[in-house]
Design a binder for this molecule. Sequence first.
Ligand SMILES: C[S@@+](CC[C@H](N)C(=O)[O-])C[C@H]1O[C@@H](n2cnc3c(N)ncnc32)[C@H](O)[C@@H]1O
Length: 230
Amino acid sequence: MLAQASPWHTHALQRTAAGLAEPLAVPARMEWTTRPGQGPGADVLGPDLHGKRLLELGCGPGHNAAHLATRHGSHITGVDLIGLQVRRARSHYGRLTNLIFVAGHALHYLQASEEQFDAIYSVFGAIGLVTPELLLQAIAQRLAPGRVLAFSVPHPERGGRSPSGDDRPRRDYVTLPDRTRLPIARWEFSMARWEKHLSRAGFRLTSAQEFRDPLMGHWPTTLLLRARKL
Ligand SMILES: C[S@@+](CC[C@H](N)C(=O)[O-])C[C@H]1O[C@@H](n2cnc3c(N)ncnc32)[C@H](O)[C@@H]1O
């Protein structure tokens, strides 16, 4: 059974088995990188997020969504492919207001929705794991001109790799809590290739930042991009 499950399901299953998903305190910061406390916080999404409608694609256990709903008064929808992750997120933060967690594929959720958002974001979430040509177009449909899309992805040069030379996905691995690795497909684009895809979908890239983590050697670990809908 597990051999056929999504690696993200197996990941969530191992996390859940490791401990009960209990109510958690709301994180004090929004995290975009692999190293907590590093880099910008919620300000990437805009200066005043109070009352803003935000969508997170691939929210996992919901820490960033909880931060935005509670500390910034935003209205958040967190979508995750894996029902078990959504259950975890609800156990951690389901008591909070202005916050809902939905199980579903990011692309299908966007395509099935008529809703407009003030910003859409992903932190090592669905962006980079779903065909960018389709996902960025679908995101663009849900944002009015001037609205923000921000996302972080594992840096394409982490550990000495090189970014993809074409638009196809590459083999990557999810490392499970028990340290085994399961294969996934990931789009490993350079900044310039992301910019090209963003531009085709109707976005202008407004910032690109890379971050390092001393524990992970001298290569950059995280790429954080921010764009505006044209
Ligand atoms: C590395 S985790 C990041 C979770 C969270 N954003 C965080 O920073 O803690 C990636 C998450 O993306 C979800 N995911 C993968 N593919 C997805 C898709 N197509 N649609 C929605 N969520 C997806 C996985 O289930 C997983 O919870």
